[in-house]
Ligand binder design. Structure first.
Ligand code: NDP
Length: 246
């Protein structure tokens, strides 16, 4: 499996969870991969060590997307170190579930700055450096398609915005041969949403398959969308959710 040989990728939030699994899968497919982190420097370095052990180039960059300057800096850092950028995986995100009357303006700013503004600015900076065949793959959430109960107003707002972002990116970048796609993961066992957490059984029951997914199952979809096989897939939303939205 070397379908991404020679490609250069950046995975935001690649120190843990879905991002780390994605970075490793892209490297397994032949790509050189940069990952960003905020606090998890050791975890990010472990991911880089695994990428290098596969014979690829790896790089860890600190980038807190709450800072608007971080997006452009991480894209520039990755592109300069790897010698270009072909694949952006816009994965970094923060989750918040809280009753409507408990959410503050500061919560709104924090979540939208990372999940929406961060995704926008990173895509904008990456698009400026990409050539034909480039891929912008964003990690949204199944909550943009189906909100199964209370507490999700802010998180659903942030993830729904990525649908418009992806469709508009596809339209704007299509003539340059750059594809933009959006993955809606269902419940995935990570630090953000542990498969043994207090709400895990209920989330599993909401899927058609009756279980959590793994970060690797999302990474498989990213690897496909990044590949030549997905050359005619753009502006699309793909659910990797065990049938959560069915
Ligand atoms: P994790 O919490 O396990 O990992 C989050 C990653 O994002 C880490 O690498 C973290 O870095 C990084 N990160 C956190 N805050 C920021 C920030 N302010 N700026 C930049 N990077 C940041 O999350 P998951 O792997 O579960 O989630 C990845 C994506 O998938 C998110 O967008 C999430 O919304 C989405 N998703 C997850 C689902 C799930 O069930 N797990 C379901 C649907 C969507 P560090 O290690 O330094 O903290």
């Amino acid at each position: 499996m070397n379908s991404l040989n020679g490609r250069k990728a950046l995975v935001t939030g690649g120190s843990r969870g879905i991002g780390a699994a994605t970075a490793l899968r892209l490297a397994q497919e032949g790509a050189d991969v940069a990952v960003t982190y905020t606090r998890g420097e050791d975890a990010a370095r472990e991911v880089v060590a695994k990428i290098e052990a596969m014979g690829r180039r790896g790089l860890a960059l600190r980038a807190d997307l709450a800072d608007p300057a971080a997006a452009g800096a991480s894209v520039a850092g990755a592109a300069e170190a790897l010698g270009g950028l072909d694949i952006l995986v816009n994965n970094a995100g923060v989750g918040v579930l809280a009753p409507l009357d408990e959410l503050t303006a500061a919560d709104v700013d924090r979540v939208l700055s990372v999940n929406v503004r961060g995704a926008f600015l990173t895509a904008q900076a990456a698009a400026a450096r990409m050539e034909r065949g480039g891929r912008i793959i964003t990690i949204g959430s199944c909550i943009a398609q189906r909100v199964p109960g209370p507490g999700g107003t802010l998180y659903a707002l942030s993830k729904s915005a990525l649908i418009g972002l992806t469709k508009a990116l596809a339209r704007e970048l299509g003539e340059r041969g750059i594809n933009a796609t959006l993955i809606h993961p269902g419940p995935i066992d990570t630090d953000m949403n542990p498969g043994d957490g207090p709400t895990a059984a209920g989330q599993s029951a909401m899927t058609a398959l009756g279980r959590y997914g793994s970060a690797g199952e999302v990474a498989s979809m990213v690897a496909y969308l990044a590949s030549e096989d997905a050359a005619y897939v753009t502006g699309a939303e793909l659910a990797v959710d065990g049938g959560f939205a069915a």
